[in-house]
Unconditional design. Sequence first.
Length: 162
Amino acid sequence: MKVDYEALRKQAIEMLEARGVTLTDIANITYEIQKTYYDDLTLEVCLEHVNNVLMKREVINAVVTGITLDILAEKGHVEEPLRSILMNDYSLYGIDEVLAYSIVNVYGSIGLTNFGYIDKLKVGIIGEIDRVGKRDDKCNTFLDDIVGAIAASSASRIAHTR
Ligand code: MG
């Protein structure tokens, strides 16, 4: 079969929005971590880079896969003990980060450094995603890493183009 990646890209953006994350939210994270380095940086420019990151097939695949797993866990369509691991965002699970690496990998080592920084400081909407994910009926185990990875990749893109 042939996958229509333009359609899948639209679906990925819709899935992010349905989970409470807009591309502007992601651009905001990028802006927060890059504004001290570039005086003339604007949110609009960051948003352009976020859109470009979302053109990549690896990124679209990671978004759709990660959010699908979060939703399946919420719906109870995942066998135990994996369901509890995902619902409780078990810290030694680690596959959520590995999936996010497939996004930052495209942008080299700066991407990885930015990703670690965003994850540690819970920049912007990441803190909110984590808070919602802690609710008993919610699972954002993959979402926080996906969003952080797209923001980190956008930051790396800015660094590479300047
Ligand atoms: Mg996570």
